[in-house]
Structure formats: structure tokens, C-alpha cells
Design a protein. Structure first.
Length: 339
């Protein structure tokens, strides 16, 4: 690295950078040096001040030593190393907390994302068209063992959330900084960042991005993540659509359950009036069970509504876009008053 580059790097550390790149890393030591070189070349060509946070999620393959060497060589790189493997959501949350840029870009550390796409991703945010730009790996260069579950996952996610994205879990995304500062990630919630952001009122769009085959290391994908992702999808749907009105969700289930139970009991009542005994019919017990379950669900929903009311009563956690406060002209009368 030349002396001029070192001076530029030191200067960029002192002031707030325009772009913060957050890379969550877990056992990617073979990819780190090439990744750092690509990021440096792409960002220097872009001509914006930048920083890159290498968030190590408890790597045990020598990645930490490589990260430290990269940071010593170029101060625009910063390493944040977690004590153990907490998961990608935790690593991204830590990276977001340490990011200082006006815009934040996330990418994976396996070299499958192309850093030269950063300029295209932040352009709609700079122009005010969007607050979050989600990448769409197209064409995707992964084996069918990853692409097929991903296709199912993205289809179900679109139907459940109403957010029309083809690649919800793409690691390459760009954000306005205020978006990531308001996110609360845990579990595997990083998969649903666009849904969470859209639920807060931010504008989310999708953009096709280059995708490259994996060269080093092994994929962290496992079928267990597919199951956890589905369970997290249920959580996200509740948090974005029913957090402030839980009775609407629970009550809908109660109405369906109670309605079915009522129809069953009405049918059995009609049968009983014709002189046919119903006391030993399993359908009777099913109808009673459904009606009782509906009553319990309504009670549970009302309790949830009470908790929601008291929790949000004194909170003002809505995302405000802007406040326009114009002072009246000299001599003008406030509305509702007469001279």
C-alpha cells in the first residue's frame, strides 16, 4: 500500500465515511485477502469515502489473524470479533451498531457477491427512490441443493408477507443508515430485514446483481435453517402485521374455530331433534372442543390486547419521515381565530 493510500485511509477514518460495508464472517480465511483487495479496488474506483467492517462471528480457522493483518495494512478496514459463534443476525446487528457511514452495504464474505455492484445499489437511495435496495442473485450460480429450497422459501415469503422480492435472503443489500439503526435482529431475522424495514414504512426495492460460484470454503447452508427460517417467517408476519393488534390474528382463528364448532353442534342438534341419539358420537365432542377452544382464544386475544395497550401507551416508536413546521407570515392570523 502506498503512502498516499495510507494517508487517504487515515483521513477517511477521522471523518464520517459515506459508505460502510458490513461483512459477516465465519471461517472464511481463504477468501479474506481477495475480498479485501476487491473491496478496495471497487470503492476507490467509486470515489467515495468508505470503511469496511469485518465482523467475525467466532471463526476458528485463522480468519481472525487474517482480519487483523488486513486492518493493519489499510485503516479503512475495521475488525469486530465476537467471542463465539452467535449467528449471522447477531454479527450483522453488531456491524450495524459500529457502522458510521451515511449508507450501509452488506455482503457475504465468500466472494460470491461482487463489490463492484455497490455503486449501483446505493444510487436509488441517494436519489431518494428507496431506503433499502435488496440484491437479487441473477443468474444464481449455486447447486440445486441450495436453489430449490431457496425458490420454495422465497415463494412462501412473498405470499405470507406481501413483499414482492425474488431473493429475500441475498446478502448483498444497501441501506440508508437510519434503517439499520432501527432494526432489532435476533435468531435468523437477518433473512427478513426487507420485510421488517417495509413494516416500519421504509421503501424497499430489488435490483439484479452479479453472482459468482463459491471458490473457497464450504457453504453454511443446512436443511435445519430451512425449518428455522419458516418459523421465523411466522414471527415476522406477526411482528409486522399484528404486533399492535394481536386480537385481529387470534380472533380470526377463534372465529374460524368457533364457527366450525357451531356448525357441527347445529347439525347434531338437528339430528337429535329427529330422534337419533348423539351422546356417543365423536363429532359431538369435536364440536364442543372447538367451541371451548374458540372461547379460550378470544380470552387470550383480549389479554394480549391489554398488554399491547399498556406497552405502547407511553411509547412513540413510529418511524417519522419528516416534520414540516412553517412559521406564519407576519400579520397572519392562526387558523380558527379572527382578528
Amino acid at each position: 500500500m502506498s503512502a498516499t493510500q495510507q494517508q487517504q485511509g487515515s483521513a477517511s477514518v477521522q471523518e464520517r465515511p459515506t459508505i460502510s460495508i458490513v461483512v459477516a464472517i465465519y471461517n472464511e480465511h481463504e477468501s479474506l485477502h481477495p475480498l479485501a483487495a476487491e473491496i478496495t479496488a471497487a470503492m476507490d474506483a467509486l470515489g467515495r469515502s468508505w470503511e469496511c467492517l469485518l465482523v467475525d462471528d467466532g471463526s476458528r480457522d485463522g480468519s481472525r489473524e487474517v482480519e487483523q493483518a488486513i486492518c493493519k495494512r489499510d485503516p479503512r478496514f475495521r475488525a469486530v470479533q465476537l467471542r463465539r459463534n452467535f449467528g449471522k443476525a447477531a454479527a450483522m446487528s453488531v456491524g450495524f451498531a459500529h457502522a458510521r457511514g451515511v449508507y450501509v452495504v452488506t455482503m457475504d464474505g465468500d466472494l460470491q457477491d461482487d463489490p463492484s455492484e455497490v455503486g449501483r445499489l446505493i444510487a436509488p437511495i441517494e436519489s431518494g427512490e428507496a431506503d433499502l435496495v435488496s440484491g437479487w442473485k441473477y443468474p444464481r450460480l449455486d447447486p440445486v441443493g441450495k436453489t430449490l429450497p431457496s425458490l420454495v422459501y422465497n415463494t412462501v415469503s412473498r405470499l405470507a408477507t406481501g413483499l414482492d422480492l425474488h431473493d429475500m435472503n441475498c446478502g448483498l443489500k444497501a441501506y440508508r443508515a437510519e434503517v439499520v439503526k432501527q432494526l432489532s435482529l435476533y435468531g435468523d431475522m437477518h433473512r427478513y430485514i426487507p420485510v421488517l424495514a417495509a413494516g416500519m414504512g421504509y421503501v424497499v426495492i430489488e435490483m439484479k446483481t452479479k453472482h459468482r460460484p463459491r471458490v473457497h470454503g464450504q457453504s453454511k447452508y443446512a436443511w435445519g435453517r430451512f425449518v428455522r427460517g419458516f418459523l421465523d417467517l411466522l414471527t415476522v408476519v406477526f411482528l409486522t402485521k399484528y404486533l399492535r393488534r394481536p386480537l385481529h390474528l387470534i380472533g380470526s382463528v377463534a372465529i374460524a374455530t368457533g364457527g366450525l364448532g357451531f356448525l357441527i353442534l347445529a347439525y347434531l342438534t338437528a339430528v337429535w331433534l329427529t330422534g337419533v341419539g348423539i351422546g356417543s358420537r365423536p363429532l359431538l365432542f369435536l364440536g364442543i372442543l372447538l367451541v371451548l377452544l374458540a372461547g379460550q382464544l378470544v380470552t387470550f386475544g383480549l389479554l394480549a390486547e391489554m398488554l399491547t395497550y399498556f406497552f405502547h401507551r407511553d411509547r412513540n416508536d413510529y418511524s417519522v419521515l419528516a416534520v414540516h413546521d412553517y412559521e406564519p407570515k407576519s400579520g397572519a392570523q392562526p387558523l380558527g381565530e379572527t382578528p
